[in-house]
Each structure stands twice: as C-alpha cells, then as structure tokens.
Design a protein around this ligand. Structure first.
Ligand code: PMP
Length: 348
C-alpha cells in the first residue's frame, strides 16, 4: 500500500438494488411504488429559468407543507435528499457518545455502513426466530437506537406501545424510528414526538408517494433535535434539496386522495398475492409494508431468484446469514403480480 493510501477512509459501501437498463422487465426489487406520483405533480410546469438561482437552503415551502400535513410546527421538520440522507445526517449528528448504538441484526443494511463510515461502534441485536424485535434487548446502556418500523426486509410492524417502551427506556440517547414503509399498515410514532424529546421519526416520499426518483425524505422531532440536525446539514451542504424536489414535493402533499387510493391498491394487491403464493408452498411474515418477505418450503431462494431473473422478473435476494433462503418481493401492480404468480405456478 502506498503512503497516501494508508490514510484513506476505507469503507465497504451499501449496495442498492439493481436498476436494470433493459426494458420489459418486471421490477420488484427496490420497493418502489408502481403507480407514479400524483397527477398534480405531473401537471406542474416548472419555470426552468428559475434554475439559474440556488434553491431555498431551508426548503421552507416543503418543510411547511410537511409540517401542515402532520399538524406540527415547521421547527419540528427536517428535510433531506431521500430518507437515506436524513438518516446519514442523523447518524453523524446524534451518535457521538463512543458507546455502541443498537439496531436489529436483520434490518436495513445501510445502518452498519453509516456506522462504519462515521466510526460509530454498534451492536446488531438479534431478532428472534420469527424475525421479531425483543424490546428488552434495547434496555441496556447504549449510544443510541435505530430501527425501521415496519422493519425491512422482514415487513413486520411493531405496535406503538412497543415503540414507546423502547423510547421511554432510552431517554438518555436519541432513538430513531425509520418509518419508510409505515403508510402501508404500520402505526406511526409521530404522536410520541411531543412526549419524548429524544425521538426522531424519519419518513420518505420514495414509497407511499411513489417519488423515489426525486429523493425526498424528512424527519420529525423535537425542535432541539431538528436544530442540531440542521446545523450539521449547513456544515455539510447548504443546498441539499434541489428546486424541482421542493416544488414537486409540495404538490404531492396536496393530493391526499391519490395518496390514499394508491396506497390501498398496493395493500390490496399485497394481501391477494400473499394468499395466492401460500397455496404454492410459500410462507411470509404478515406484511405492513409494500413488500413481502417470502420463503418456499422446498425451492431454495437463491434458485428462485436466478430463475425469476432469467424470466425477466427481478426481486431482491440477500446472501446473508439467517435470511439467505428468503426473497424480498416488492408489490407491483396487480398485472405485474399476476405475471409473477404465473411464473411461480409453472416453477412450483
Ligand atoms: N429506510 C428503509 C428501511 C429503506 O428500506 C429505505 C429504502 N432503501 C430507506 C430508508 C431509504 O429510502 P429513501 O432514501 O429513498 O427515502
């Protein structure tokens, strides 16, 4: 190794799901929402001339719209470039005690990457054999707690009382609840934000609002938490939110009817697909998300993954201990899921 290389920060990066460059595939691998943004977003004509200016560094229009939507004041809202950006900033801002932070061993695989990047010690707390978190495991001295609810890739949601118990028992540290999938059936922790100043709830426009391509995420928490987060953001990049994201994000928030109808279509298709694949020897935990975590009683997941890919259907396979016989299947349109089901029927 050359001298300069010895001082390079070396990380093993997060590997996102494939974004294939080929047409005519059924893409069920990255938990996107197949319905696309609200027509209100599509109808907006942006004044391109405005792009000569820097965007509002505070993204106030979007912050205010999100605050309004959730019935909180704007000083409780922080926005970022997808919830990945919000989470990365939160790790940098809140997890500095030098003590181990805690998250489940089976969870969003970006958490350990951020911890490594920022040199934050961590402990991956084992979930039980049904992939459930055990709340008592989090009642120990730690440097912070983070978990998704519903969890990914398991799709399992824990009730609000469960989340509250974890927050209540960790009031000396910041607890982050990653609610990327909550709109598909989870119970939000937002009502607890006023009660616990150490709670940060993180959300995204990528899933239930079908706007993954725009990269909008946000956090809601006590104004003190938001101020600390903003200070770090302004020390990193003033203009995280670009102008189109601010404009289109505001418009999406205004269309509650479209939001609700597309979310319920996803939920309906999820439940129908689950009951159909169970007839073929598949099983999966109850899902509160826009995906199912499936395993088959005889065909190995790795083989299923490869065969589906050959047939032009892409799902997610994690070659990791405990979950290497599972596939994470995003819920697409009814038509896409019917095609996937036909493929599974011929295979089984
Ligand atoms: N949290 C969880 C649990 C996720 O699965 C994802 C999606 N990969 C994210 C956060 C990040 O989503 P985004 O950056 O698109 O908001």
């Amino acid at each position: 190794m050359t001298a300069w290389e010895a001082n390079v920060r070396k990380v093993v990066p997060y590997v996102p799901g494939e974004q294939p460059k080929i047409d005519n595939i059924i893409k069920l691998n990255t938990n996107e929402n197949p319905y696309g943004p609200s027509p209100r977003v599509k109808d907006i004509v942006m004044d391109m001339d405005k792009l000569k200016l820097y965007p509002d560094p505070a993204a106030s229009a979007l912050v205010d719209a999100i605050a309004d939507y959730h019935g909180v004041t704007s000083d409780k809202v922080f926005v970022g470039v997808g919830s990945d950006d919000v989470l990365a900033m939160s790790f940098l801002t809140f997890f500095n005690s030098g003590k181990e932070i805690l998250f489940p061993d089976i969870t969003y695989s970006f958490y350990d990457v951020w911890a490594d990047l920022y040199k934050i010690p961590y402990k991956a707390v084992p979930v039980d054999e049904d992939f459930r978190l055990n709340k008592e495991d989090y009642y120990v001295d730690n440097g912070g707690v983070i978990f998704p609810n519903p969890n990914a890739p398991t799709s399992i949601a824990e009730p609000l009382s469960f989340v509250e118990d974890i927050v209540k028992n960790n009031q000396d540290v910041v607890v982050i609840v990653d609610e990327a999938y909550v709109d598909f059936g989870g119970e939000t922790a937002l009502p607890l934000v006023d009660k616990y100043e150490n709670l940060l709830v993180v959300r995204t426009f990528s899933k239930s609002r079908s706007m993954a391509g725009l990269r909008i995420g946000y956090a809601i928490g006590n104004p003190k938490l938001i101020k600390y987060l903003s200070d770090v953001k302004y020390s990193f990049n003033s203009y995280t939110m670009n102008m189109p994201s601010i404009i289109y994000g505001v418009e999406s928030i205004k269309d509650e009817e479209y939001f609700r109808s597309t979310v319920s279509k996803v939920v309906e298709t999820r439940e129908w697909f689950k009951s159909e694949i169970e007839k073929l020897g598949f099983s999966c935990p109850p899902s509160s998300a826009n995906f199912l975590f499936v395993t088959h009683n005889s065909i190995p997941a790795k083989e299923l993954f490869a065969k589906a890919r050959e047939a032009g259907i892409i799902v997610r396979y994690f070659n990791k201990p405990r979950i290497d016989n599972y596939l994470r299947v995003t819920v697409g349109t009814r038509e896409e899921m019917e095609k996937f089901l036909d493929f599974l029927k011929t295979l089984c």
